[in-house]
Design a protein. Structure first.
Length: 516
């Protein structure tokens, strides 16, 4: 027994040090040595998930089930793999099997709740998180998930309650500090601000990753107009976040140049009757923090529109079908209309799984601005809504926000942000020149200052009749899963226009080459 424990610790140590190749080799040797010990099958599956070898993970988890079909974590982890593969029904069934076996384990209930969030089955998610807490009242991740769920649906009072529950149990749970900060308008003597400063100065936190705490403190000091401290904390948060991020502006420049080279005017002259002629999709694109969530909130309050939020359907098609292993665009597919129609149908099929009855469905993944040419190719009758705002406000807003997703790798350094913004601006000029009638612009400042007229033109562009509900977008109860979930619940306000000027003395140098 002592020998197995020693070998297990060695395996876990290899995993924690991210020596995944060595861990896989050693783990396989332990399975040969202890073929009836189901722990090693489960752990090898977790390693395979970490290196995204999902089929290998499924295979080894199922071998573990054959050894012991009453070991709940195997089913729980099978649920996670199938969720990662987008096979949600299989994921749900495996999570439920794990729950049936593990009556006293909160993890599978929490994981099933996360799946239900993905599927917009909000009430079932709440039920699962509550059951996880009933099983283990100290399982703080489910309190946190409930807080985020209520935050995303606009029930801020309940969200605050759950975030405070988390922090009562663990004041070093920095995610909850950041989430709570987004729901708080700070004054100098605010109790939560005092607690955050205490946690920051606590010796116990010195070796912890305080990234999210720093973003929360940045927001708090911004509220009380101490912009020096605010900028300092935002900077510290970004420095820590960037340590775990790989980003090369050189690589991005190559990609942007390849897109412009491939999708030119001459190219589209030859592709006039290509693609799948469906008009369901409304793509809302632009830089992050440019007003895309607000525009989706406005459109999705129309009775004929379903707000799909940030979807990966198009990105999956791009990555799996249009780019070869060397990063070059697949020419054979670009010139095969049958395949372009097929991918257009695939996208719409996935879209309509979200809402079968809506005339229009929005896809608000801002970074889709890269793929406007591809959208025109596979879905020529879709709508493109391009959101933009003052470039300095936009870039500062990106810098002030923590993005949980890792597809915004440019977002944690002002130089990277401005360089990427310039690439975006240049590419949008290219699309405007190449596809002049395909893109409808919504300027954030114009929307704020003249909402009725802007919304009227927006609806007309989307072939939607005027509906006053769109002006009262803040009454929209849909779930919002982006960094703008709190702002998009408010009536229109002008505070964020020219907000960069509060930090002007820190931004003159990084913004000197920023285009507008």
């Amino acid at each position: 027994m002592e020998k197995i424990q020693k070998e297990s610790r060695k395996l876990i140590d290899l995993f924690n040090k991210k020596k995944f190749k060595d861990a896989i080799t050693y783990n396989n040797s332990l399975i040969k040595k202890y073929p009836k010990n189901v722990f090693f099958y489960n752990f090898l599956g977790l390693i395979y998930i970490s290196v995204k070898q999902f089929e290998n993970a499924i295979d080894i988890f199922k071998k573990g089930v054959n050894v012991n079909n009453n070991y709940g974590p195997l089913y729980d982890n099978l649920g996670t793999v199938y969720k990662l593969l987008g096979k949600n029904l299989e994921a749900e069934n495996f999570y439920k099997k794990s729950i049936d076996i593990d009556k006293k384990t909160p993890e599978p209930r929490n994981n099933l709740g996360n799946l239900y969030i993905l599927l917009n089955r909000t009430n079932e998610a709440i039920e699962m998180y509550q059951k996880a807490i009933n099983v283990n009242p100290n399982f703080i991740i489910s309190y946190y998930n409930l807080g985020n769920l209520y935050k995303s649906t606009g029930n801020f009072a309940k969200a605050k309650m759950y975030f405070n529950n988390v922090l009562e149990k663990n004041p070093f749970f920095f995610n909850a500090h950041r989430s709570l900060s987004q729901l708080t308008k700070y004054e100098v003597n605010n109790e939560h601000l005092k607690k955050m400063k205490e946690v920051d100065n606590n010796k116990q936190s010195f070796k912890m990753n305080k990234t999210e705490l720093f973003f929360a403190l940045g927001k708090a000091f911004e509220d009380i107009t101490d912009y020096k401290k605010s900028f300092n904390y935002y900077s510290k948060g970004n420095v820590l976040r960037k340590k775990n991020i790989n980003f090369s502006i050189g690589q991005e420049t190559v990609i942007f140049n390849n897109i412009k080279k491939e999708f030119n005017k001459f190219f589209f002259k030859k592709k006039k009757n290509f693609g799948f002629n469906d008009d369901t999709a409304i793509f809302i694109i632009g830089m992050p923090r440019s007003g895309t969530t607000l525009v989706e909130q406005i459109l999705s309050n129309h009775p004929n529109v379903y707000g799909g939020d940030e979807l990966n359907f198009l990105n999956d098609i791009v990555e799996k079908k249009f780019f070869q292993n060397n990063g070059e665009i697949n020419q054979e597919i670009l010139n095969n209309n049958d395949k372009l129609i097929k991918y257009g149908k695939e996208y719409i099929r996935n879209l309509k799984k979200l809402s079968k009855n809506s005339k229009k469905i929005t896809d608000k993944l801002p970074i889709n601005f890269k793929w406007i040419g591809l959208i025109k190719l596979i879905l020529p009758n879709s709508k493109i809504i391009h959101c933009y705002r003052n470039s300095k406000d936009n870039c500062l807003s990106i810098f002030k926000n923590y993005f949980p997703k890792k597809d915004l790798n440019f977002a944690y350094d002002l130089k990277d942000i401005t360089s990427f913004y310039n690439l975006y601006l240049d590419l949008m000029k290219h699309w405007k020149h190449t596809l002049p009638d395909f893109i409808f612009d919504v300027k954030y400042e114009k929307l704020i200052n003249d909402p009725n007229d802007t919304i009227s033109l927006l609806l007309k562009n989307c072939n939607l009749e005027w509906d006053y509900a769109c002006v009262e977008y803040y009454k929209n109860k849909r779930t919002i899963k982006t960094a703008s979930d709190t702002q998009a619940r408010k009536k229109m306000y002008k505070d964020s226009i020219d907000s960069w000027k509060n930090y002007k003395s820190y931004l003159d140098e990084p913004f000197k080459n920023l285009k507008n």
